[in-house]
Design a protein. Structure first.
Length: 403
């Protein structure tokens, strides 16, 4: 639902009832992930998309029916259809499980509060019951960054478990479907809950105020990162040279990294290829629980860098985390091409994918995730909820200046 948060917030402020259709499960190849929604108000106005057009008409009519009849939440499954070109189906071959429910802002103020938090850029999670016995389906529990909750799920034990799951997912910055309950001793009701998460933007730390950093900062911002460019040389580290960066810091790289906040979604990109900066910076970065660490340079620079890191006492298991030379083998030469190469490797690494062409692979483009597995963007990649959404890799050398 966070893909249409601005409109939903506006409707809530007007106390306008609407029907909300949410993708709660995806099988095979489908255009949009679980958590994506369409909404229809009482005047027939519609916002959002859940299939890129394949099943929108059928979902729209179902929303109108649920809204008009004030019916209980309904489930619908849409799959591949080739017998009738006009049937509601997914030509991509996947299947969508959709939950449609009526939302009345006057009786669900907790949802309105959560949407307001998201619109104002603050972290929030909305836990939506998508499969449960009795009348629990469709109920929501909203969790703020400070741990406060609003909403009722129908039992203290269930609410405690859902709150714990939502808080963990909020901290990780991920949307997920999880199961709770089913334990007669604590929580007999088994619930399947889709936790919609709007987290603070993950960080991309770019070290080295060079042309490649300018292009990468633009790519990082496009992907939803909060981008920081850091360099010890004040003549190069200026906001004018990096208009797409959120922050431009003049400091020694390792000193800045030691004092700034990082987490498992942080991407560290070392573009200085200068040992007096690289070695103390990478030695520290490889000890930190960040999601991605890459370093620019030629093969010769890479080999020398590894030798110096070993001499500095960095163990082999930490060196294995380093993506160097940084980026995928795209034949990149310009700063812009190199930025695409680096961004592509970060996406592939974050989603535990190979980075190989899809045309060389067999099977679904989007593999079926195990039950309870996080869905949506990868650890290092931010979802943009307001828009209309490992195996170590060995990046090939890119054509950066050799040192």
């Amino acid at each position: 639902m966070l893909n249409i948060v601005d409109t939903l917030h506006h409707w809530c402020r007007e106390a306008r009832p609407f029907a909300l259709a949410t993708v709660v499960d995806v099988t095979g190849s489908a255009p949009l992930p679980a958590g994506t929604s369409v909404a229809v108000d009482e005047d027939g106005n519609a916002v959002g998309s859940i299939s890129g057009g394949c099943v929108e008409g059928a979902v729209y009519e179902l929303c109108r029916q649920v809204l008009h009849d004030q019916a209980a939440p309904q489930r619908a499954r849409f799959g591949y259809s080739d017998d009738d070109a006009f049937a509601a189906g997914l030509t991509c071959g996947g299947e969508l499980d959709v939950l449609v429910q009526r939302i009345d802002p006057a009786t669900q103020p907790h949802l309105c509060t959560a949407l307001a938090e998201v619109v104002q850029g603050r972290p929030a999670a909305v836990a939506q019951v998508v499969d449960a016995p009795n009348d629990l389906t469709g109920r929501m529990l909203c969790v703020g960054a400070g741990g406060g909750t609003q909403g009722i799920l129908g039992g203290d034990a269930a609410e405690r478990q859902v709150r714990a799951q939502a808080e963990a997912l909020l901290q990780a910055g991920r949307t997920a479907r999880v199961d709770v309950g089913g334990d007669a001793a604590t929580c007999p009701e088994r619930l399947s809950v889709l936790v919609h998460v709007h987290a603070s933007r993950p960080r991309m730390l770019i070290f080295g105020a060079i042309d490649f950093a300018a292009a990468l900062s633009q790519a990082g911002r496009f992907l939803g990162y909060r981008v920081t460019v850091c360099d010890a040389r004040p003549v190069f580290a200026t906001p004018a040279r990096f208009p797409h960066a959120d922050d431009v810091v003049v400091d020694w790289p390792h000193r800045y990294l030691r004092r700034t906040q990082v987490d498992a979604r942080t991407a560290v990109c070392v573009l200085t290829h200068d040992v007096k900066f690289d070695i103390p910076l990478l030695r520290l970065a490889l000890e930190l629980p960040v999601g991605y660490i890459g370093a620019m340079g030629s093969r010769r620079t890479h080999d020398r860098r590894l030798d110096l890191l070993r001499e500095a006492g960095v163990p082999a298991e930490q060196l294995a985390r380093l993506r160097s030379p940084i980026g995928l083998d795209l034949g990149a030469r310009t700063p812009e091409e190199t930025a695409v190469s680096i961004a592509a490797e970060i996406i592939a690494h974050s989603n535990d994918r190979t980075g190989l062409p899809l045309s060389t692979r067999i099977g679904p483009i989007h593999p079926q995730l195990p039950q309870g597995r996080l869905v949506g963007a990868g650890d290092g990649i931010a979802q943009n909820p307001r828009s209309e959404g490992s195996t170590p890799l060995r990046g090939a050398a890119i054509h950066a200046p050799a040192t």
